[in-house]
Design a protein around this ligand. Structure first.
Ligand SMILES: [Cu+2]
Length: 168
């Protein structure tokens, strides 16, 4: 494979990766746990999580779960007070972030939220200047809004690649 071809392949791979969105494991190597005293608030603010990214909660489902809750429940840790918006309990829950603002998650096992097993993922609207309308396709914030210019650039790269293949 020539140097140029390799660069073209790299470019295509990068473009595809940009549309995939990043994947973050909550708590990094520690995961979702009361052991190790992970500061999930710090963890969340240290990541630049944007719309289209995925967060993964990894834990032993015998001991923990994940509940998406309101701001009130996040603050009070009182699960019975309000029904969780969503409950996850597979032990390996992938949650795609598909909107801006705060996303609150707690462990619903009694006492765990109070111990700090709670997280506030605040997704800031970063690309506001580039975004013509707020209803822009949330799935692909880094890429062009419309599919056509994106596909067109892919077509051009395809053309370039076949040209390079002929030239090689
Ligand atoms: Cu728990």
């Amino acid at each position: 494979m020539s140097f140029v071809q390799r660069n073209v392949v790299l470019l295509v791979t990068m473009m595809m990766m940009m549309c995939e969105g990043a994947v973050y494991k909550v708590g990094d190597s520690a995961g979702w746990t009361t052991l190790g005293k992970v500061d999930y608030k710090n963890w969340a603010s240290s990541k630049n999580i944007i719309v289209g990214d995925t967060i993964i909660f990894e834990y032993n489902p015998q001991y923990h779960n994940v509940m998406r809750v309101t701001n009130e429940t996040y603050k009070s840790c009182n699960v019975s007070e309000g029904t969780p918006l969503e409950t996850f309990n597979s032990g390996n829950d992938s949650i795609k972030i598909n909107s801006y603002g705060h996303h609150y998650f707690i462990c619903g096992i009694p006492g765990h939220c109070q111990e700090g097993l709670k997280i506030d993922v605040n997704v800031i609207r970063v690309s506001a200047t580039k975004t013509p309308t707020p209803s822009m396709d949330d799935k692909c914030p880094n890429c062009s809004n419309k599919a056509s210019p994106f596909m067109a650039s892919f077509g051009l790269i395809g053309l370039a690649m076949s040209f390079l293949a002929l030239a090689a």
